[in-house]
Write a protein that binds this ligand. Structure first.
Ligand code: AHR
Length: 330
């Protein structure tokens, strides 16, 4: 039976790790830091990143490169797949051929991973997943996953929408990459959070997590529905930021004529919120590098690790964004 990683995640039993900003599904997740285990040998690690679609992704890539540095005992082979799954799978195969010590994947989509993960297993190369989850036939095909709870993020956005929609409200949705875990789970979570709200979804289309597509798709929504649109749920900041251009060009005021909720809480997203253009932003923490590097060292050293580690996310109102911006790290 195919299992969705995290489908049965016992979040309730997770322990908060204040020092790492993560919680883990068992209690041997104590972080020893990136240099904490694995001996003195330099570890060669292949990292298959999705691409460079968003501000969140840029911050995640930087966090990974910082953590997998020479000084921390790593040689990092980095690949960004331009959000094309075939290219990402080819990158993983190339890491296997190079006989790396471990492979880290931020999977673009949830499906299609069994074959290449079996090849990695046969080659005795451990795989660690970061950021996004996958559908997999056998949990032993990966050693561990660390990332954010996308469903909870969607629920938080949906709860805000429900609280805000005090009268019948027409909404449009900018979805992330089709078939990706954040697009699927945020949609599910939003629906749950907004249950019972008088919200009608006029349209929902992918903007591929990019500003350019967010703008183009929002232009189409505005041409089709005009000033019927009263709310926008953008599944990431970048699509919401692209939509701002389309909304302004249509002679409408973002944040007032159209209420906007987004997910990520990047610096640019929080700036739009502080400026009154967005109305609410839910965080998705991209600074996962230290936890992933720690996991890799432990897995390669044969230590037991928690199967899942979930980052802690918060959410922001316009006032909270103003307060948070001066210290925002990404
Ligand atoms: O997987 C995390 C998502 O991917 C972020 O929310 C989005 O900005 C990125 O492209």
């Amino acid at each position: 039976m195919r299992k969705r990683l995290l489908a049965g995640l016992a979040l309730a039993g997770a322990l908060a790790l204040a020092t790492t900003g993560c919680s883990s599904s068992n209690n041997n997740a104590g972080s020893s830091g990136t240099g904490g285990s694995g001996g003195g040998k330099t570890l060669t690690v292949g990292f298959a990143q999705t691409g460079s679609e968003s501000g969140w992704r840029a911050a995640n890539t930087q966090s990974m490169k910082d953590a997998f540095s020479d000084a921390n005992g790593f040689k990092l082979i980095f690949n960004a797949a331009d959000n094309k799954q075939e290219a990402q799978i080819a990158a993983v195969r190339s890491f296997i051929n190079q006989k790396v010590d471990a492979i880290v994947i931020a999977p673009i989509t949830v499906d299609g991973w069994d074959d290449v993960l079996k090849e990695a297993k046969d080659a005795k190369i451990p795989v660690i997943l970061e950021d996004r989850t996958i559908n997999v036939s056998d949990d032993s095909l990966y050693a561990a996953w660390v990332g954010d709870d996308f469903k909870k993020e969607g629920e938080t956005a949906g709860a805000w929408a429900k609280q805000t929609a005090t009268s019948p409200t027409n909404m449009v949705v900018l979805e992330g990459t089709t078939g990706s875990a954040p697009a699927l789970d945020r949609a599910t979570g939003f629906k749950a959070g907004a249950t019972g709200a008088p919200i009608t979804t006029l349209d929902s289309q992918t903007g591929n997590f990019t500003r350019a597509d967010g703008k183009t798709v929002m232009e189409g929504f505005l041409q089709k529905y005009g000033n019927k649109i009263q709310m926008l749920f953008a599944q990431n900041d970048d699509m919401g930021l692209g939509a701002l251009d389309a909304i302004t060009a249509a002679g409408l005021t973002p944040g007032k004529d159209i209420k906007i909720v987004t997910i990520d809480a990047t610096h640019d997203g929080l700036q739009a919120l502080a400026d009154g253009k967005f109305n609410y932003v839910v965080e998705c923490n991209p600074l996962l590098g230290p936890q992933v590097a720690d996991l890799v060292k432990k897995v390669v050293a044969g230590e037991s690790v928690p199967k899942t580690q979930v980052a802690t996310d918060q959410s922001f109102t316009q006032e909270q964004a103003k307060a948070a911006l001066p210290d925002r790290k990404y």
